[in-house]
Design a protein around this ligand. Structure first.
Ligand SMILES: C[S@@+](CC[C@H](N)C(=O)[O-])C[C@H]1O[C@@H](n2cnc3c(N)ncnc32)[C@H](O)[C@@H]1O
Length: 344
């Protein structure tokens, strides 16, 4: 019973701790205290009076994210995972997940469970747009954080394709909703014969174009500003939808898939990268919990859901694709592959 009381108490204050991590990231504590630093100096660098900053530091110390060494403070190995440029991407996840409109959406999860409708932009917290995509466009810092958070997954997604897809016959590829182009950049780096297009919303492909140029991929990778409910670039050997369908309800998924199907030659193939709920072999408990929480996140943000293999197969069939396969990869991403119905 005592264990249960302790476990529930930790869950109850869990949201506060996550919000304390937001303050840690915004004040750049992991960066400023990478080496031992005095409280006064840390206060000046973070813009907080030292006595008030100490109140945050003792919470972070309780969570083993910082430690005191005499009069100095230093971030621990665990705390250094919350530096903004750490490749694990946790700092950007914290910023994205604790953005005020996102927290507001979660505050009415019970209502979303009752009616299945998104709560983002509908709970009583002002945002500059109706949908999350509009709100991001209206808020450049949040858009940059979101795009960087997404971009941190590009290497793993490219590895998943290399592991589970046959890339040999593929010369051209379109990454639909490809964000900042990190999947394309990672994939092209190891596949010299491949060219690719990143198709996404106009303000996102602007960032993708700059990132692809910086990666030295001009001439092999380009971008296309699209609304994937209207059209995507036609004629490629393969189309990727990485972490797109889980943002949308079933009807919208079928609309997106039909648009992609219409752009595809019959010989082309579609690769959907998602994390399916019924992965075989099953995910670890930690990974499964993370996915189950993401499922609720998709509900409150978009009225959407994480799905099973069978549910993805059903959406694909409705949109004009033949039987799909689903392959588990060592990256955590699952690859659902389908070809246009009737294709050889
Ligand atoms: C969850 S992110 C995934 C990004 C990337 N594929 C990845 O896995 O990291 C969804 C992407 O869909 C894009 N998106 C949303 N609505 C769109 C639309 N109507 N047309 C084109 N792209 C859209 C967003 O801008 C965003 O880049």
């Amino acid at each position: 019973m005592d264990d249960d009381l302790t476990a529930v108490a930790a869950m109850v204050s869990g949201a506060w701790l996550t919000l304390a991590l937001r303050a840690m990231v915004r004040l750049r504590i992991a960066e400023l205290a990478a080496e031992p630093v005095g409280l006064a100096e840390l206060g000046v660098a973070s813009g907080c009076p030292p006595e008030r900053l100490a109140r945050l530091l003792r919470v972070l110390e309780d969570a083993a994210l910082v430690r005191r060494q005499g009069a100095a403070w230093q971030v621990t190995d665990r705390g250094s995972l919350l530096a903004l440029d750490h490749p694990a991407g946790h700092a950007r996840r914290v910023l994205g997940q604790t953005w005020a409109p996102t927290i507001a959406a979660w505050s009415d999860l019970s209502g979303a469970l009752q009616d299945g409708e998104r709560r983002f932009g509908r709970v009583d917290v002002p945002t500059d747009g109706t949908t999350m995509w509009e709100a991001l466009s209206a808020s450049p810092p949040e858009l940059a954080t979101f795009n960087a958070q997404m971009a941190s997954r590009g290497q793993a997604q490219a590895d998943a394709l290399r592991e589970a897809a046959d890339l040999h016959a593929v010369r051209s590829l379109v990454d639909v909703g490809g964000g900042r182009g990190s999947l394309v950049a990672a994939l092209l780096a190891g596949n010299p014969g491949l060219t690719a297009t990143v198709a996404d919303r106009p303000d996102v492909v602007r960032e993708a174009a700059a990132a692809l140029t910086e990666a030295g991929l001009d001439g092999r990778a380009d971008v296309d500003a699209v609304d994937f409910f209207d059209a995507v670039p036609p004629g490629a050997d393969a189309y990727v939808l990485a972490n797109i369908l889980h943002d949308w309800g079933d009807d919208e998924c079928v609309r997106i898939l039909r648009v992609v199907r219409a752009a595809m030659p019959d010989t082309s193939r579609l690769w959907v990268l998602e994390k399916v709920l019924d992965a075989i072999p099953p995910r670890t408990d930690r990974e499964a919990t993370d996915l189950h929480l993401h499922d609720l996140h998709m509900l409150v943000l978009f009225g959407a859901a994480e799905r099973t293999q069978g549910e993805y197969a059903g959406l694909l069939a409705e949109a004009g694709f033949g039987a799909s396969t689903c392959r588990r990869t060592s990256t955590g991403w699952d690859l659902v592959e389908a070809r246009p119905l009737g294709a050889a």
